[in-house]
Design a protein around this ligand. Structure first.
Ligand code: ATP
Length: 364
Protein backbone atom coordinates (compact mmCIF):
# COMPACT_ATOMS: atom_id res chain seq x y z
CA UNK A 1 0.00 0.00 0.00
CA UNK A 2 1.23 3.49 -0.77
CA UNK A 3 0.66 5.94 2.02
CA UNK A 4 2.44 9.02 0.75
CA UNK A 5 1.82 10.39 -2.71
CA UNK A 6 3.34 13.44 -4.32
CA UNK A 7 1.85 14.78 -7.52
CA UNK A 8 3.62 17.32 -9.71
CA UNK A 9 5.17 18.97 -6.67
CA UNK A 10 7.15 22.12 -7.46
CA UNK A 11 8.81 24.62 -5.16
CA UNK A 12 10.29 27.79 -6.57
CA UNK A 13 12.33 30.37 -4.69
CA UNK A 14 12.27 33.34 -7.04
CA UNK A 15 13.81 32.09 -10.27
CA UNK A 16 15.23 28.93 -8.64
CA UNK A 17 13.28 25.72 -9.19
CA UNK A 18 14.41 23.98 -5.99
CA UNK A 19 11.97 21.12 -6.68
CA UNK A 20 10.55 20.75 -10.13
CA UNK A 21 7.47 18.70 -11.02
CA UNK A 22 8.09 15.71 -8.75
CA UNK A 23 5.76 12.69 -8.79
CA UNK A 24 6.51 10.10 -6.13
CA UNK A 25 4.84 7.27 -4.24
CA UNK A 26 6.40 6.07 -1.01
CA UNK A 27 5.42 2.49 -0.15
CA UNK A 28 4.21 1.72 3.34
CA UNK A 29 6.78 0.45 5.85
CA UNK A 30 9.78 1.10 3.60
CA UNK A 31 12.85 3.24 4.01
CA UNK A 32 13.32 5.60 1.09
CA UNK A 33 16.43 7.74 0.61
CA UNK A 34 16.51 11.03 -1.27
CA UNK A 35 19.99 11.07 -2.73
CA UNK A 36 21.77 13.68 -4.80
CA UNK A 37 24.47 16.33 -4.85
CA UNK A 38 24.29 19.52 -2.85
CA UNK A 39 21.54 21.86 -4.01
CA UNK A 40 19.52 19.25 -5.95
CA UNK A 41 16.41 19.87 -3.83
CA UNK A 42 16.43 16.95 -1.37
CA UNK A 43 15.88 19.02 1.75
CA UNK A 44 13.25 21.21 0.14
CA UNK A 45 11.32 18.11 -0.91
CA UNK A 46 11.54 16.64 2.59
CA UNK A 47 10.49 19.94 4.15
CA UNK A 48 7.39 20.02 1.96
CA UNK A 49 6.50 16.51 3.12
CA UNK A 50 7.08 17.66 6.71
CA UNK A 51 4.88 20.74 6.24
CA UNK A 52 7.74 23.16 6.89
CA UNK A 53 7.59 24.43 3.31
CA UNK A 54 4.58 24.83 1.01
CA UNK A 55 4.67 23.69 -2.62
CA UNK A 56 4.31 26.40 -5.24
CA UNK A 57 2.39 23.84 -7.30
CA UNK A 58 1.25 20.25 -6.95
CA UNK A 59 -0.22 18.22 -4.12
CA UNK A 60 0.83 15.89 -1.33
CA UNK A 61 -1.50 13.17 -0.05
CA UNK A 62 -0.96 11.04 3.02
CA UNK A 63 -3.18 8.06 3.84
CA UNK A 64 -5.66 9.28 1.23
CA UNK A 65 -5.89 12.80 2.66
CA UNK A 66 -4.68 16.00 1.00
CA UNK A 67 -2.06 17.44 3.38
CA UNK A 68 -0.50 19.93 0.94
CA UNK A 69 -1.32 22.90 3.15
CA UNK A 70 -1.67 21.21 6.52
CA UNK A 71 0.67 22.81 9.11
CA UNK A 72 3.62 20.69 10.30
CA UNK A 73 2.31 20.39 13.86
CA UNK A 74 -0.89 18.76 12.62
CA UNK A 75 0.83 16.10 10.49
CA UNK A 76 2.07 13.92 13.36
CA UNK A 77 5.29 13.01 11.57
CA UNK A 78 8.51 12.29 13.44
CA UNK A 79 11.50 14.35 12.38
CA UNK A 80 15.23 14.29 12.98
CA UNK A 81 17.39 16.97 11.46
CA UNK A 82 21.13 17.34 11.11
CA UNK A 83 21.34 19.55 14.19
CA UNK A 84 19.21 17.06 16.21
CA UNK A 85 17.85 19.98 18.26
CA UNK A 86 17.79 18.10 21.57
CA UNK A 87 17.05 20.28 24.58
CA UNK A 88 20.43 20.72 26.29
CA UNK A 89 19.00 21.57 29.71
CA UNK A 90 16.99 18.33 29.84
CA UNK A 91 17.92 14.76 30.63
CA UNK A 92 17.67 11.89 28.15
CA UNK A 93 14.29 10.81 29.58
CA UNK A 94 12.93 14.37 29.55
CA UNK A 95 13.94 14.83 25.92
CA UNK A 96 12.25 11.59 24.88
CA UNK A 97 9.14 12.42 26.93
CA UNK A 98 8.81 15.92 25.45
CA UNK A 99 6.49 15.11 22.52
CA UNK A 100 4.28 13.04 24.85
CA UNK A 101 4.07 15.94 27.29
CA UNK A 102 3.07 18.25 24.41
CA UNK A 103 0.27 15.84 23.55
CA UNK A 104 -0.78 15.76 27.20
CA UNK A 105 -0.32 12.01 27.46
CA UNK A 106 -1.02 10.81 31.04
CA UNK A 107 2.07 10.83 33.26
CA UNK A 108 2.05 7.06 33.93
CA UNK A 109 1.81 6.29 30.26
CA UNK A 110 4.62 8.76 29.51
CA UNK A 111 6.88 6.96 31.99
CA UNK A 112 6.06 3.57 30.48
CA UNK A 113 6.63 4.75 26.94
CA UNK A 114 9.94 6.47 27.76
CA UNK A 115 11.20 3.28 29.45
CA UNK A 116 10.16 1.28 26.41
CA UNK A 117 11.95 3.67 24.03
CA UNK A 118 15.13 3.82 26.09
CA UNK A 119 15.16 0.04 26.03
CA UNK A 120 14.74 0.15 22.25
CA UNK A 121 17.71 2.48 21.78
CA UNK A 122 19.70 0.58 24.39
CA UNK A 123 20.18 3.50 26.75
CA UNK A 124 17.94 2.59 29.72
CA UNK A 125 20.80 3.23 32.15
CA UNK A 126 21.20 6.81 30.93
CA UNK A 127 17.66 8.06 31.51
CA UNK A 128 18.71 10.70 34.01
CA UNK A 129 21.85 11.88 32.30
CA UNK A 130 21.85 15.36 30.76
CA UNK A 131 22.01 15.04 26.97
CA UNK A 132 25.11 17.26 26.98
CA UNK A 133 26.99 14.37 28.60
CA UNK A 134 26.33 11.88 25.80
CA UNK A 135 28.49 10.82 22.87
CA UNK A 136 27.47 11.78 19.32
CA UNK A 137 26.01 8.34 18.62
CA UNK A 138 24.06 8.32 21.88
CA UNK A 139 22.64 11.78 21.16
CA UNK A 140 21.64 10.49 17.75
CA UNK A 141 19.72 7.61 19.28
CA UNK A 142 17.96 9.93 21.73
CA UNK A 143 16.89 12.18 18.83
CA UNK A 144 15.42 9.16 17.05
CA UNK A 145 13.66 7.93 20.20
CA UNK A 146 12.14 11.37 20.64
CA UNK A 147 11.02 11.45 17.00
CA UNK A 148 9.23 8.13 17.30
CA UNK A 149 7.89 8.63 20.85
CA UNK A 150 4.38 9.52 19.74
CA UNK A 151 4.26 6.67 17.20
CA UNK A 152 4.28 8.79 14.05
CA UNK A 153 3.18 7.15 10.83
CA UNK A 154 6.05 8.70 8.96
CA UNK A 155 9.62 9.34 10.08
CA UNK A 156 11.59 12.06 8.27
CA UNK A 157 15.36 12.19 8.62
CA UNK A 158 17.46 14.98 7.11
CA UNK A 159 21.16 14.00 7.01
CA UNK A 160 20.86 12.76 10.60
CA UNK A 161 24.32 11.19 10.62
CA UNK A 162 26.37 13.89 8.95
CA UNK A 163 27.95 15.14 12.20
CA UNK A 164 29.32 11.72 13.13
CA UNK A 165 32.75 10.30 12.30
CA UNK A 166 32.96 7.61 9.62
CA UNK A 167 33.00 4.56 11.90
CA UNK A 168 30.15 5.66 14.14
CA UNK A 169 28.21 6.75 11.11
CA UNK A 170 28.39 3.27 9.60
CA UNK A 171 27.34 1.69 12.90
CA UNK A 172 24.38 4.08 13.19
CA UNK A 173 23.30 3.34 9.62
CA UNK A 174 22.85 -0.30 10.57
CA UNK A 175 21.18 0.60 13.88
CA UNK A 176 18.65 2.95 12.32
CA UNK A 177 17.90 0.47 9.57
CA UNK A 178 17.31 -2.39 12.04
CA UNK A 179 15.13 -0.18 14.22
CA UNK A 180 13.12 0.98 11.22
CA UNK A 181 12.59 -2.61 10.09
CA UNK A 182 11.61 -3.75 13.58
CA UNK A 183 9.04 -0.96 13.93
CA UNK A 184 7.94 -1.13 10.29
CA UNK A 185 7.76 2.66 10.21
CA UNK A 186 7.70 4.35 6.81
CA UNK A 187 10.84 6.47 6.71
CA UNK A 188 12.29 9.04 4.34
CA UNK A 189 15.91 9.99 4.74
CA UNK A 190 17.88 12.69 2.96
CA UNK A 191 21.53 11.99 2.28
CA UNK A 192 24.21 12.97 -0.20
CA UNK A 193 26.21 9.84 0.64
CA UNK A 194 25.56 7.09 -1.88
CA UNK A 195 27.09 4.40 0.33
CA UNK A 196 24.72 5.37 3.11
CA UNK A 197 21.76 5.19 0.75
CA UNK A 198 22.90 1.80 -0.62
CA UNK A 199 23.28 0.45 2.94
CA UNK A 200 19.96 1.63 4.31
CA UNK A 201 17.35 2.11 1.64
CA UNK A 202 14.64 -0.13 0.25
CA UNK A 203 14.34 2.46 -2.48
CA UNK A 204 16.54 5.30 -3.60
CA UNK A 205 15.24 8.46 -5.23
CA UNK A 206 18.17 10.01 -7.11
CA UNK A 207 17.65 13.74 -7.62
CA UNK A 208 19.28 16.07 -10.10
CA UNK A 209 18.56 19.79 -10.32
CA UNK A 210 15.19 19.59 -8.56
CA UNK A 211 13.95 16.64 -10.58
CA UNK A 212 13.89 12.90 -10.03
CA UNK A 213 16.61 11.30 -12.14
CA UNK A 214 15.75 7.70 -11.17
CA UNK A 215 13.79 5.75 -8.55
CA UNK A 216 14.51 2.13 -7.74
CA UNK A 217 16.02 -0.49 -5.47
CA UNK A 218 19.68 0.30 -4.68
CA UNK A 219 21.14 -2.58 -6.67
CA UNK A 220 18.85 -1.99 -9.65
CA UNK A 221 20.03 1.61 -9.81
CA UNK A 222 23.64 0.52 -9.41
CA UNK A 223 23.30 -2.12 -12.14
CA UNK A 224 21.03 -0.22 -14.52
CA UNK A 225 21.43 3.52 -14.15
CA UNK A 226 19.31 5.40 -16.66
CA UNK A 227 21.81 8.16 -17.33
CA UNK A 228 25.43 9.17 -17.05
CA UNK A 229 24.55 11.40 -14.10
CA UNK A 230 23.09 8.48 -12.11
CA UNK A 231 25.89 6.09 -13.14
CA UNK A 232 28.46 8.60 -12.00
CA UNK A 233 26.72 9.41 -8.72
CA UNK A 234 26.08 5.81 -7.63
CA UNK A 235 29.26 3.86 -6.93
CA UNK A 236 32.53 3.75 -8.76
CA UNK A 237 32.29 3.29 -12.47
CA UNK A 238 34.26 3.49 -15.66
CA UNK A 239 32.31 5.70 -18.02
CA UNK A 240 33.74 5.87 -21.53
CA UNK A 241 32.52 7.96 -24.46
CA UNK A 242 31.80 5.41 -27.20
CA UNK A 243 30.16 5.21 -30.59
CA UNK A 244 27.51 2.58 -31.22
CA UNK A 245 28.30 0.82 -34.49
CA UNK A 246 25.17 -1.38 -34.53
CA UNK A 247 24.79 -5.14 -34.03
CA UNK A 248 26.12 -5.08 -30.46
CA UNK A 249 29.42 -3.43 -31.30
CA UNK A 250 30.83 -0.16 -29.98
CA UNK A 251 33.97 1.79 -30.83
CA UNK A 252 36.02 2.85 -27.82
CA UNK A 253 38.07 6.05 -27.65
CA UNK A 254 41.10 5.32 -29.82
CA UNK A 255 39.00 3.30 -32.26
CA UNK A 256 39.11 -0.27 -30.91
CA UNK A 257 35.80 -2.12 -31.42
CA UNK A 258 34.36 -4.40 -28.74
CA UNK A 259 31.20 -6.48 -28.34
CA UNK A 260 28.46 -5.46 -25.91
CA UNK A 261 25.28 -7.37 -25.14
CA UNK A 262 22.34 -5.04 -25.60
CA UNK A 263 20.43 -5.14 -22.30
CA UNK A 264 16.82 -5.80 -23.33
CA UNK A 265 14.13 -3.81 -21.62
CA UNK A 266 16.56 -1.28 -20.19
CA UNK A 267 15.09 2.20 -19.97
CA UNK A 268 17.49 3.54 -22.55
CA UNK A 269 16.95 0.87 -25.16
CA UNK A 270 16.63 3.70 -27.65
CA UNK A 271 20.35 4.40 -27.31
CA UNK A 272 20.95 0.94 -28.73
CA UNK A 273 18.40 0.99 -31.53
CA UNK A 274 19.71 0.88 -35.11
CA UNK A 275 18.68 4.53 -35.53
CA UNK A 276 21.11 5.42 -32.80
CA UNK A 277 24.05 3.78 -34.57
CA UNK A 278 26.89 6.26 -34.84
CA UNK A 279 25.49 8.40 -32.01
CA UNK A 280 27.83 9.27 -29.17
CA UNK A 281 26.76 7.38 -26.07
CA UNK A 282 28.45 6.19 -22.90
CA UNK A 283 29.66 2.74 -21.94
CA UNK A 284 29.51 1.97 -18.22
CA UNK A 285 31.46 -0.88 -16.70
CA UNK A 286 31.82 -1.28 -12.94
CA UNK A 287 35.35 -1.98 -11.61
CA UNK A 288 34.34 -5.38 -10.19
CA UNK A 289 33.19 -6.51 -13.64
CA UNK A 290 36.57 -6.01 -15.29
CA UNK A 291 38.72 -9.16 -15.29
CA UNK A 292 42.44 -8.49 -15.14
CA UNK A 293 44.34 -11.14 -17.11
CA UNK A 294 48.01 -11.79 -17.77
CA UNK A 295 49.24 -10.16 -20.99
CA UNK A 296 50.22 -13.63 -22.24
CA UNK A 297 46.61 -14.91 -22.34
CA UNK A 298 44.89 -15.39 -25.68
CA UNK A 299 43.78 -12.07 -27.19
CA UNK A 300 40.17 -11.32 -28.11
CA UNK A 301 38.43 -8.07 -29.03
CA UNK A 302 37.08 -7.55 -25.46
CA UNK A 303 40.51 -8.09 -23.87
CA UNK A 304 42.13 -4.69 -23.96
CA UNK A 305 45.89 -4.40 -23.66
CA UNK A 306 47.04 -1.91 -21.04
CA UNK A 307 49.60 -1.12 -18.38
CA UNK A 308 49.05 -1.01 -14.62
CA UNK A 309 49.77 2.57 -13.51
CA UNK A 310 48.43 2.58 -9.95
CA UNK A 311 47.44 0.02 -7.33
CA UNK A 312 45.39 0.81 -4.27
CA UNK A 313 45.89 -2.22 -2.03
CA UNK A 314 43.71 -2.23 1.08
CA UNK A 315 44.40 -5.82 2.09
CA UNK A 316 41.28 -7.82 1.28
CA UNK A 317 40.73 -6.10 -2.06
CA UNK A 318 42.72 -4.04 -4.47
CA UNK A 319 41.96 -1.51 -7.11
CA UNK A 320 44.16 -1.27 -10.20
CA UNK A 321 44.31 1.64 -12.59
CA UNK A 322 45.01 0.38 -16.10
CA UNK A 323 46.14 2.69 -18.82
CA UNK A 324 44.79 1.48 -22.17
CA UNK A 325 45.45 3.28 -25.41
CA UNK A 326 43.18 6.35 -25.36
CA UNK A 327 41.50 5.81 -21.97
CA UNK A 328 42.01 4.60 -18.41
CA UNK A 329 40.11 1.88 -16.54
CA UNK A 330 39.77 1.10 -12.85
CA UNK A 331 39.44 -2.59 -12.04
CA UNK A 332 38.59 -4.07 -8.64
CA UNK A 333 40.23 -7.37 -7.87
CA UNK A 334 41.76 -9.32 -4.97
CA UNK A 335 45.34 -10.41 -4.26
CA UNK A 336 44.16 -14.01 -4.74
CA UNK A 337 42.64 -13.35 -8.16
CA UNK A 338 45.61 -11.40 -9.47
CA UNK A 339 48.72 -12.55 -7.60
CA UNK A 340 51.86 -10.64 -8.44
CA UNK A 341 50.07 -7.67 -9.96
CA UNK A 342 52.60 -4.85 -10.03
CA UNK A 343 53.07 -1.30 -11.23
CA UNK A 344 54.19 -1.05 -14.85
CA UNK A 345 52.99 -4.57 -15.64
CA UNK A 346 51.38 -5.13 -19.04
CA UNK A 347 47.96 -6.80 -18.65
CA UNK A 348 44.75 -7.53 -20.53
CA UNK A 349 41.63 -5.85 -19.12
CA UNK A 350 38.69 -8.00 -20.13
CA UNK A 351 35.32 -6.28 -20.48
CA UNK A 352 32.70 -9.06 -20.59
CA UNK A 353 30.00 -8.04 -23.12
CA UNK A 354 27.13 -8.64 -20.64
CA UNK A 355 28.73 -6.26 -18.08
CA UNK A 356 28.98 -3.36 -20.55
CA UNK A 357 25.98 -1.05 -20.16
CA UNK A 358 25.17 1.59 -22.70
CA UNK A 359 23.66 4.75 -21.30
CA UNK A 360 22.65 8.17 -22.52
CA UNK A 361 25.36 10.82 -22.33
CA UNK A 362 24.82 13.62 -19.85
CA UNK A 363 23.17 16.65 -21.42
CA UNK A 364 25.79 19.27 -22.19
P1 ATP B 1 22.22 20.12 0.46
O1 ATP B 1 22.62 18.69 0.28
O2 ATP B 1 23.35 21.07 0.22
O3 ATP B 1 21.48 20.38 1.73
P2 ATP B 1 19.75 19.95 -1.07
O4 ATP B 1 19.79 18.95 -2.15
O5 ATP B 1 19.06 19.56 0.20
O6 ATP B 1 21.21 20.48 -0.76
P3 ATP B 1 18.00 22.24 -1.06
O7 ATP B 1 18.47 22.72 0.28
O8 ATP B 1 16.67 21.62 -1.13
O9 ATP B 1 19.07 21.24 -1.69
O10 ATP B 1 18.08 23.46 -2.07
C1 ATP B 1 17.70 23.38 -3.43
C2 ATP B 1 17.88 24.73 -4.10
O11 ATP B 1 16.94 25.65 -3.57
C3 ATP B 1 19.26 25.35 -3.89
O12 ATP B 1 19.61 26.02 -5.07
C4 ATP B 1 19.02 26.32 -2.74
O13 ATP B 1 19.95 27.38 -2.81
C5 ATP B 1 17.59 26.77 -3.02
N1 ATP B 1 16.89 27.14 -1.76
C6 ATP B 1 16.56 26.29 -0.76
N2 ATP B 1 15.89 26.95 0.23
C7 ATP B 1 15.81 28.25 -0.17
C8 ATP B 1 15.23 29.42 0.40
N3 ATP B 1 14.59 29.39 1.56
N4 ATP B 1 15.32 30.55 -0.30
C9 ATP B 1 15.95 30.61 -1.50
N5 ATP B 1 16.52 29.53 -2.11
C10 ATP B 1 16.45 28.36 -1.45
Amino acid sequence: MTHLNLQAVTRRFGAVHAVDDVDLSVPDGKLVCFLGPSGCGKTTLLRMIAGLETPTEGSIHFAGRDITRLPANRRDFGMVFQSLALFPHMTVAQNVAYPLKLRKVAKARQTRRVAELLELIQLPHMANRPVTQLSGGQRQRVAIARAIASEPQLLLLDEPLSALDAKLREAMQVEIRLLQQRLGITTIMVTHDQREAMTMADEIVVMEKGRIAQVGKPLDIYRDPVSEFVADFIGLGNILPVRYDGAGVVSLPGGRRIAVTPNPGAPLADARQPGAAGDAIRLLIRPEDICVKAATEAPNPNRLPGTVTFIRDVGASLEATIDCVGFTLTAATTPRETPGLALGMPVLAELPPHACKLIAARAA
